[in-house]
Design a protein around this ligand. Sequence first.
Ligand code: HEM
Length: 382
Amino acid sequence: PHPFYASLRREAPISQIEPSGMWAVTRYEDVLYVLKNPQLFSSEGFRPAVQPAWLQQRNPVADSLLMMDPPAHTRLRALITRTFSASGVARLEPYIRESAQSIVDDMLARRRVDFMESMALVLPSRAISALLGLDPSLAPRFKTWADAVTGVGIVPAEDMKRRAELTGYLDELKHHLTSVLELRQREPGNDVVTDLLQARAQGGSMSDDELLGYCVLLLVAGLETTYDLLGLCALTLTDNPDIWARLKKDRTLVPKFVEEVLRFHSPSQSTIRTTTQEAELGGVRLPKGATVLVQFVSASRDESVYPNAHHFDMERTGAPSLAFGQGIHFCVGAPLARLEARLALEALLEKCDRMVREPGPVTWNVAITTRGPAVLPLELIP
Ligand code: HEM
């Protein structure tokens, strides 16, 4: 997609795309402007993307803070800021490190593995179960549920079988989370669900739908993008043995490597906003109610802020990455995602001499706004 975005940035940085009629925003500066002006660019625009007309039940994520504007957004977001801060997630570090190491041991024992299935799915599933207090044995279901929440928006209208399947998964997800909420109501634990229930008991106003939506958002947001990020890190390392060698020599480069993977590939490709009134953006007049597609994937390669933007460079400094968004909706899970990626890579670098990818083109997994490898067959050499 990159040459296409580069031509849009040059020739039509704000352009209407057919058949959806959405306005694609492709330059760094304009993306930042949209994200920093929530009063003009509302997050409510997200809802139709997850709540198609055919879906008879409520998609729980539609009631989450991702799709809200202030003041509702401010009220809900304040409830979890502490748990997700860098110091908040640092409490999980020993558990995530141990999990990453045992996953790598297991992969080495099997030697030939699909990295996406063995690591990229398992590590974030464990982290998110620990955080939310979910039953980790259900981890294989998490991805199916998360895919259902985001998948309803892109299922072709005529695919009745897939629609029924996704509706069933949403039922299952709601049922499971409702039972977790009931359990934590009776027996508080050391997890985000308990934090949210306590905040509500202490007068933090939150409806049942908002509570459920919160948990579903954390599950989906915590899983899909981290899954992609881990896959993209592994892919970059197998395809660039020189980078692998540099990281092996100097582990302190790992966080810089992760930041550059985030910029270079932007696992979260885009987000959606709607104009609350007529607005001018990059010299283009947008009508009230216009749906705006904010393209992180393009902004991250904008040559006007990143010199040599299509070159992978861990030493890069300068413009902050937009991979986790900006402004009031800046990703709550950024410290957790960075922690998981660092610990997964440290375990791989410590225990493996090399990682070799099965030759051939990469099969990509493209969800509503995310992109990463769908499968990544590797050989791990101890
Ligand atoms: C929001 C990306 C991991 C939870 C966002 C946004 C982006 C993003 C771009 C802003 C969306 C917008 O402005 O509309 C990513 C990436 C991740 C990642 C690239 C991994 C590599 C996580 C994790 C969690 C999480 C691990 C939690 C466990 C959230 C939540 C929001 C959010 C709750 C909504 C915040 C709000 O609306 O105020 N994420 N995310 N994310 N993310 Fe992440």
